[in-house]
Ligand binder design. Structure first.
Ligand SMILES: Nc1ncnc2c1ncn2[C@@H]1O[C@H](COP(=O)(O)OP(=O)(O)OP(=O)(O)O)[C@@H](O)[C@H]1O
Ligand SMILES: [Mg+2]
Length: 495
């Protein structure tokens, strides 16, 4: 019989207008990896925030090693041996790696002098465990979201926790890093660490978890040993209906809307590609292959040193983001927190923010129209929020992602770049988002998808370009592409 480490009993948590948790129970054993699943807004992160001392529950109790505990704040949670990797990034970009990992707990010697050498040595050791070779003195800002995520994980591990919470740790990382993370989690598990693992990628749950619990609308629905269940079981408990992810019908795209010739920058080399009218073209590759950099270059967000861009056969100059928008290009960024949302503003304000001209009457902003438009997209994308006037910061991660998407759907650009459009989005909503993208193409919109989710890329793309090391290494039609083939190009084995 394994030892019970953590026991959550009857926890209820209210936010204005929402009951995020309704009397939920949750158990965690020593040396167990316990997955927590549920749709966007089901209450997963809220429970984790309570365990990490960010929020206090309204009702219910938490027992740690059989004793009732009150988790007053984050420091207190750490002292109790609970450590968390948040769903949203929490690093301070302007500080270096070691300073972030050991924030406020630097090793000190006599007279409270920080032992810098020890700090950097400890950091290096920790990073090596995760298979990361970076300078502990490097400033965090310069790293990709994937690398920053690995630093977050290193930070949580540095506390040597008894209970480790990972809230969607793999949303921003790819295959190789997931492999490293999983082997590390298995090691921790052997040492007795109790792990709570949240993910929308069901395949991961079958790879790594011992038990799975499903929440729905703030309620505990079921807990089961992973060996007794399958994919359908989870989906059924989560959504309450069967879901099918079908390959979509392909249209012909003879009219070229966008053509890029010989784009170069410090981050990519000799990039040539075409996008047809109403076509969905994906850019596949591993994290760091340069896909996002190419899109940022095309969108005028980063500098491109040479190359030509043609839209509808006409050469265009895109030096700033405004040039791109004027030319009918929209961009749903990879990192919604930095580039996509005004977190402290209402859902409706965010949805309207890129289309104010369209949503104005003469010189005045038409609030009625903004509200009506926002309501339409709330329903269309099933954005879970008590109202469109709620601040975006209070929405669950996946629902924030839907707000950014809604914002660009209102703009309705000719060419829409979507960078990891379904990151953190539950499986039901994923299917809905792709359905919406497909509908847009029927109206003539062309879509460029950057995604690390290979099964999705294969399901939705008319054509796929595969990047490796800043270069396009392969081009496949949606019909000929297979996971194996894409991975061969992506890993640089083939070109
Ligand atoms: N600080 C807050 N203020 C108001 N409402 C909140 C706050 N935090 C969460 N909520 C609401 O509580 C509910 C549960 O959100 P939570 O973040 O726990 O969902 P989740 O299961 O983690 O979803 P996701 O998969 O999208 O991350 C949602 O309706 C959300 O809008
Ligand atoms: Mg969450």
């Amino acid at each position: 019989m394994s030892k019970l480490v953590l026991s959550v009993k009857g926890i209820t948590k209210d936010f204005p207008g929402v009951r995020a948790l309704k009397g939920v129970d949750f158990d965690l054993n020593e040396g167990e990896i316990h997955a927590l699943c549920g749709e966007n807004g089901a209450g997963k992160s809220t429970l984790m925030h309570i365990l990490a001392g960010v929020f206090k529950q309204d009702v219910g109790e938490i027992l740690l090693n059989g004793e009732k505990v009150s988790i007053a704040n984050q420091k207190n949670a750490n002292e109790l041996g609970i450590s968390i990797v948040y769903q949203e990034r929490s690093l301070v970009g302007s500080l270096n790696v070691a300073e972030n990992i050991f924030a406020a707990r630097q090793p000190v010697g006599a007279f409270s002098v920080i032992k810098w050498k020890k700090l950097y040595d400890d950091t290096t050791e920790l990073l090596l465990k995760l298979g990361i070779h970076i300078d502990p003195k490097a400033i965090v800002d310069q790293f990709s979201p994937a690398m920053q995520q690995m630093i977050e994980i290193a930070k949580a591990l540095s506390l040597n926790p008894q209970v480790l919470i990972l809230d969607e740790p793999t949303a921003t990382i790819t295959e190789k890093e997931v492999g490293l993370l999983f082997s590390l989690l298995r090691k921790l598990k052997e040492q007795g660490t109790a792990i709570i693992y949240i993910s929308h990628r069901l395949a991961e749950i079958f790879q790594i978890a011992d038990r799975v619990t499903v929440f729905k609308d703030g309620e505990h629905i079921a807990t089961e040993e992973v060996i007794n269940i399958d994919n359908e079981w989870i989906v059924n408990k989560m959504v309450g209906r069967e879901l099918y992810f079908n390959r979509v019908e392909k249209l012909s795209h003879d009219e070229i809307i966008l053509e890029c010739i010989g784009l170069n920058s410090s981050k990519f080399k000799d990039i040539n590609f075409k996008v047809g009218k109403g076509e969905i073209v994906s850019f596949a590759g591993l994290a760091g292959a340069g896909r996002t950099e190419v899109m940022r270059g095309l969108f005028g967000a980063d500098k491109v040193s040479s190359g030509e861009v043609f839209i509808n056969g006409k050469k265009v100059r895109i030096r700033h983001v405004n040039d791109a928008i004027k030319n009918g290009i929209g961009y749903l960024p990879e990192d919604r927190k930095d580039h996509g949302l005004f977190l402290e503003m209402a859902v409706s304000t965010n949805i309207a923010s890129a289309s104010l001209k369209k949503l104005s009457k003469g010189m005045n902003i038409d609030n009625k129209l903004i509200n009506k438009t926002s309501e339409t997209y709330r329903k269309k994308l099933n954005i879970i929020t008590p109202s469109i006037h709620q601040k975006v910061v209070n929405l669950s991660g996946g629902n924030q992602q839907k707000v950014v998407l809604a914002k660009w759907l209102v703009v309705n650009p000719k060419i829409m770049i979507v960078d990891e459009p379904t990151r953190g989005v539950d499986i039901g909503a994923k299917a809905e988002i792709y359905q919406i993208l497909r509908e847009l193409t029927k109206e003539g919109t062309s879509i460029i998808v950057v995604s690390s989710d290979l099964p999705e890329v294969l399901a939705i793309s008319d054509r796929i370009y595969i990047m490796h090391n800043g270069e396009i290494k392969g081009e496949l039609s949606g019909d000929e592409a297979t996971e194996q083939l894409v991975m061969k190009y992506a890993s640089g084995i083939m070109n």
